[in-house]
Ligand binder design. Structure first.
Ligand SMILES: Nc1ncnc2c1ncn2[C@@H]1O[C@H](COP(=O)(O)OP(=O)(O)OP(=O)(O)O)[C@@H](O)[C@H]1O
Ligand SMILES: [Mg+2]
Length: 338
């Protein structure tokens, strides 16, 4: 199967010597949502600009639908660019044009005739939930509505791929949720492949099939979202997914927990395919051990459970020991033991 977007050992060095992208290979299957996360300066925006041909790689190749875009001249690149839509953190709408005018713009640029362009623009505005708003100006809209216009404009020419550069970073949590839901529909209902970059794991958790983590221009880890969240291998990834995993309490929190809870503190990871809390109540009953839930939580990533819980166990020392030994979890940790 040909990937919708593929990068093969791509590097981008700017004059002055900054290697913004440094040997990145990744493959985005058609019809999927691929997320790239990384801290500021990791090279995420540069990566997207390489994909839509706004930057030329210093080395390596960028393929769209199997076609190497660096081998194409500007003339042959132009129709290919129409296959790619893009949305931005600051929306980048034309302030002097109406909502309809913004969505019409790429269609007119592509040479679509007036009537067909208008029909397409209105249909697209309806898809993003802005039917009837065509005559308004961007400044008369909320942030969430502006991003919907941005999405409608990006989709007007029916691209196969949508690139999103921090598309929800300027929005409040509720509006973020609405825009993410819309992007999910864009992927599922229109079959658009999405490549997005973000520093918000919430975006990855709710929307992406696969994720790559970038640091200093390189991909340090990538994989299926749940696997990466449940078992991060790189320290940067672990830091990104920490809050989503309700991970074991850090040292200061542990100290506060210890002050409140004199019993044995045990943190249990909860993930798909590990029995976690299964059998715990029987075990506690069998040994006459009591417990209090003192920290943690279990959430959902891609429809699968993920989290951790920290329990205080109270009872005779030998009984508590027997419970800890009997927990059928890969490495029940005495909180703070690692
Ligand atoms: N046109 C340019 N000329 C020179 N250096 C650049 C240029 N564009 C980006 N850089 C540098 O390349 C590195 C990566 O920048 P990039 O914008 O891709 O990062 P980013 O991951 O998108 O960061 P942010 O999260 O802050 O948007 C940075 O060190 C940046 O200063
Ligand atoms: Mg950026």
């Amino acid at each position: 199967m040909t990937a919708a977007v593929e990068l093969r050992d791509v590097a981008k060095e700017f004059p002055g010597g900054t290697r913004a992208v440094d040997g990145v290979s990744l493959s985005v299957e058609a019809g999927t949502v691929f997320g790239v996360v990384g801290h500021s300066g990791a090279g995420k925006s540069t990566l997207l600009r390489l994909v839509n041909g706004l930057e030329e790689p210093t080395s390596g190749s960028v393929l769209l639908d199997g076609q190497d875009i660096s081998a194409l001249g500007e003339r042959r690149l132009r129709p290919l660019r129409r296959e790619i839509g893009m949305i931005f953190q600051q929306f980048n709408l034309f302030r002097s044009r109406t909502v309809l005018g913004n969505v019409l713009y790429p269609l007119r640029l592509a040479g679509t005739d007036r009537a067909a362009a208008r029909a397409r623009a209105e249909e697209t505005l309806e898809f993003v939930g802005l039917a009837g708003h065509g005559g308004r100006y961007p400044e008369q809209l909320s942030g969430g509505q502006r991003q919907r216009v941005g999405i409608a404009r990006a989709l007007a020419t029916r691209p196969k791929v949508l690139l999103c550069d921090e598309a929800t970073s300027a929005l409040d949590p509720q509006t973020t949720g609405e825009v993410l839901a819309l992007l999910g529909r864009v992927n599922r209902e229109l079959g658009v492949t999405i490549l997005l970059i973000t520093h918000e794991m919430e975006v990855v958790r709710t929307l992406c099939d696969r994720v790559a983590v970038m640091e200093d221009g390189r991909v340090v880890e990538s994989g299926e979202v749940y696997e990466v969240f449940a078992r991060p291998r790189h320290a940067t990834t672990a830091a990104f997914v920490r809050s989503e995993r309700h991970s074991e309490p850090d040292a200061p929190l542990l100290e506060r927990l210890r002050a409140r809870h004199p019993g044995r503190l045990v943190t249990l990871p909860v993930a798909d395919g590990n029995p976690a809390l299964e059998g715990l109540s029987e075990l506690l009953q069998l040994h006459g051990v009591d417990f209090t839930l003192v920290h943690g939580g279990v959430g959902e990533v891609r429809g699968r459970p993920l989290g951790s819980v920290t329990l205080e166990l109270r009872g005779r020392p030998a009984a508590v020991e027997a419970v800890v030994a009997g927990l059928r979890v890969p490495g029940p940790v005495e909180a703070g033991a690692r």
